[in-house]
Design a protein around this ligand. Structure first.
Ligand code: ADP
Length: 316
């Protein structure tokens, strides 16, 4: 039915190289790395061999170049990425706290990342796409929402499917409108990929079992729960549950684990693989990515992930 398409922010990330230092005094920085949750997702999708495309915008600057070249290299269709002559590519400066958490200084709202629209190129892409993957981080951006809403209608009308990674972030504001958009998308989703408390947030009820039951009632067909070093579980509407253990790796940079997991999982499912195999590749992609500094630097090809799976112990 055509490529997996996603919509949203394209950024570069610039990271503090030392843990525990802030930005209030000069620090050593590393980057720019191509980034943005939708870009990481789609890059992993492309790397593993899934047909994938991204709708968004960059500026006509080096940061935009870094992103477009990386996505093209990894087989992603970039035909619907606009290059703005007026606004710069979005960026995020990241520092790591000693407890493992991260702080961001974002330049998104004032960048090209927050300014794209439904163009002829977007229309041409969407009318030949078979699956829309939505990242929750795009829901509070007006331009992204306009495109997502329209793309969801077009893709669903042609028999395509929809997945949602809630991707709720403490840095982003969730007002009533964003919550309403979130609920609207949950009810349209065939596949949901929550982590942490996002399962309960999506279902609007408390407890794992009750949340899963509620989401099936709402029409979701497949729920994949991401649990970091505890692996992942898939729940199907027919009552099937499949668990997958995580891989035992040393985490260097947690950014992008969930996005790589989702990219690999959805690409594998759309290539016709069973849940077990898709979970295996999802866990491998998430784990491999955290071993490398940079949000998508550890995304793997099928051969790289096969090698990783062969040589890495599982956590039980
Ligand atoms: P999110 O980033 O969306 O919260 P997770 O942190 O659960 O998602 O990561 C997604 C998947 O990536 C996990 O299910 C796991 O398989 C893998 N993963 C993430 N972090 C690690 C880690 N530190 N060690 C091993 N695997 C990991």
């Amino acid at each position: 039915l055509g490529p997996t398409v996603t919509v949203g922010e394209i950024l570069v990330e610039i990271v503090a190289t030392k843990i525990g230092v802030g930005f209030r005094e000069p620090v050593e920085l590393l980057g720019p790395f191509p980034s943005g949750a939708p870009a990481i997702f789609v890059d992993q999708c492309g790397r593993i061999g899934g047909s994938a495309a991204l709708i968004g915008a960059v500026g006509s600057d080096d940061f935009g170049f870094v992103n477009i070249e990386r996505l093209k290299r990894d087989g992603v269709d970039v035909s619907a990425i606009a290059v703005s002559p007026d606004y710069p590519t979005g960026s995020a400066f990241v520092r790591y706290r000693t407890d493992g958490s991260r702080d961001f200084v974002y330049n998104i709202g004032t960048s090209a990342a927050a300014r794209f629209s439904w163009t002829e190129k977007v229309e041409a892409l969407v009318t030949r796409s078979g699956h829309l993957h939505v990242m929750g981080s795009a829901l509070s951006m007006p331009s992204a929402w306009t495109v997502i809403e329209k793309a969801a209608q077009v893709i669903k009308a042609r028999g395509g499917t929809l997945s949602l990674d809630p991707n709720l972030r403490k840095e982003l504001k969730y007002d009533d409108q964003t919550e309403a958009r979130f609920a609207q998308l949950v009810a349209m989703s065939n596949l949901l990929l929550p982590s942490g408390d996002e399962l309960e947030r999506a279902a609007g009820v408390e407890g794992e079992a009750a949340s899963i039951a509620r989401l099936f009632e709402l029409g979701v067909g497949e729920i994949v729960l991401k649990r970091g070093r505890e692996g992942a579980s898939c729940f199907l509407r027919d009552g099937t549950r499949v668990d997958a253990a995580a891989f035992d790796v040393k985490e260097i940079d947690p950014t992008g684990a969930g996005d790589c997991f989702g990219g690999a999982y959805i690409a594998c499912r759309r290539l016709g693989m069973p849940v077990e195999q898709a979970l295996l590749y999802g866990c491998a992609a998430g784990a491999r990515n955290v071993t490398v500094r940079g949000p998508m630097e550890g995304a793997g090809t099928r051969a790289e992930l096969d090698d990783f799976i062969r040589t890495t112990k599982r956590l039980t």
